[in-house]
Design a protein around this ligand. Structure first.
Ligand code: COA
Length: 378
């Protein structure tokens, strides 16, 4: 940038880059609201389907509205044959987030609304994307293991269907409720990196699929949604509660970042971590495999003592998903299956009141250099 200096802190820290009615984070108080409702209240009383409605419409559904949304979502869980074939053709050892990015990109070719950018068509696309995300993830998981994909059931919730189509058997109530709660907690988080990426793409008036592909690529990174996979890798490497403290101290001495700790906005406990910690504890009690929860608690204690850092949403979601028997490389895709609701809400909001997002860069390179032909360069 030339001329008047107006430089944001690195990483755009503290910069307000959009107006939104979808969600808000109060980092000092450790509060998160979705369209006015406290996350603790929603975690206790709501469901993922209701939260999707809330994020898209700015109010909780009344009357038949929730049932109608469930029906519309349920009608859209299936995948076009071409997409099933594409999933079958993806290398079995592909990273599932790369798979998801590629498949969502290809899915746009088969959307019946095509290039229609009307508000109604975009809402239908948001429904299709939200309904199909879990089916894509579980289809890939089955196909890469040589198993037949399973059709989602009309009578199950998104959470129930995720577990059903993953495992091929009807999930029990506790597992379904746990999954549903995880989906509620991950649904939206203000202007996080992947949501920002989606909004930047949408703000060029590109289509919703392109915006979501941007978001998937951004969520994958280990500083964002990829952290939950990093957490379980660490826990598996450490292996037992007594090794947690020396492992953490050594990693910190080597200036390594410990996945699942710290947050750009929260300076106190992430309210989502409070619920995920409890879920992890309960699942550990239930399965009798308490080790992962106990190791996590120990790691939290050491990180607080050594670095004054709190666990974030990704920390206890790792031991929670592990206790549910979910393959570790599906942890970040699960995050995406929930966050698609927030991403689409933000993209629709961006389209409603759009202006191109185009910040400036502070140029710190040289100026005024004279071009030298290649044969004369030293
Ligand atoms: N482990 C060890 N140290 C950490 C840390 C972690 N997880 N998170 C932050 N810190 C330290 C940094 O090293 C830095 O210390 P320094 O000032 O001595 O150099 C300080 O805390 C500030 O960290 P910084 O990376 O500048 O903060 P940020 O706001 O840019 O980053 C995160 C926020 C979330 C990216 C960062 O905390 C992180 O990388 N966490 C691990 C990845 C993760 O869990 N991501 C999911 C987020 S929901």
């Amino acid at each position: 940038m030339s001329g008047e200096a107006n430089v944001a802190k690195a990483g755009l820290e503290g910069i307000v880059a959009a107006e939104s009615r979808i969600s808000d984070v109060n980092g000092d108080k450790g509060e998160l609201i979705y369209a006015g409702y406290d996350i603790h209240d929603l975690a206790e009383h709501s469901t993922f389907e209701e939260v999707i409605y809330l994020l898209w419409h700015g109010e909780l559904p009344a009357g038949a509205a929730l049932q109608q949304l469930k029906q519309r979502l349920s009608d859209e869980t299936g995948l076009p044959t071409e997409i099933q074939e594409l999933i079958g053709a993806i290398p079995r050892d592909a990273n599932p987030m790369d798979m998801l990015r590629t498949v969502i990109s290809a899915l746009s070719f088969y959307d019946p609304d095509g290039a229609d950018m009307s508000a109604e068509a975009n809402e239908r696309k948001a429904i299709r994307l939200t309904a199909k995300f879990p089916t894509i993830v579980t289809t890939f998981q089955r196909v890469r293991n040589g198993l037949k994909p399973i059709e989602p059931r009309k009578d199950l919730s998104i959470a129930g269907n995720f577990l059903f189509t993953l495992r091929g058997e009807e999930p029990d109530e506790v597992s379904t409720r746990t999954m549903d709660l995880a989906f509620v907690l991950h649904a939206d988080h203000e202007l996080n990196a992947s949501t920002f990426a989606a909004r930047v793409t949408a703000a060029t008036l590109s289509d919703i699929y392109s915006a979501i592909v941007s978001a998937i690529g951004t969520l994958k990174g280990p500083l964002h949604g990829g952290a939950n996979e990093g957490v379980i890798k660490n826990l598996l490497e450490i292996g037992s509660v007594d090794k947690v403290e020396p492992w953490v101290k050594q990693a910190l001495a080597q200036k390594k970042k410990i996945m699942g700790f710290g947050h750009r906005v929260y300076h106190t406990e992430d309210p989502r971590a409070t619920h995920l910690r409890e879920m992890s504890r309960q699942l550990g009690d239930r399965t009798g495999e308490k080790k992962w929860y106990e190791m996590s608690v120990k790691m939290e204690e050491v990180m607080m003592r050594e670095k004054h850092l709190n666990p974030n949403v990704d920390f206890y979601s790792a031991s929670t998903y592990y206790a549910l028997g979910i393959p570790t490389d599906l942890f970040t895709p699960i995050f995406a299956c929930s966050r698609i609701s927030g991403w689409t809400a933000h993209v629709l909001e961006q389209y409603k009141n759009n202006r191109l997002i185009r910040p400036r860069a502070e140029y710190v390179g040289p100026r005024g250099l004279k071009y030298v032909p290649i044969e004369e360069r030293g």
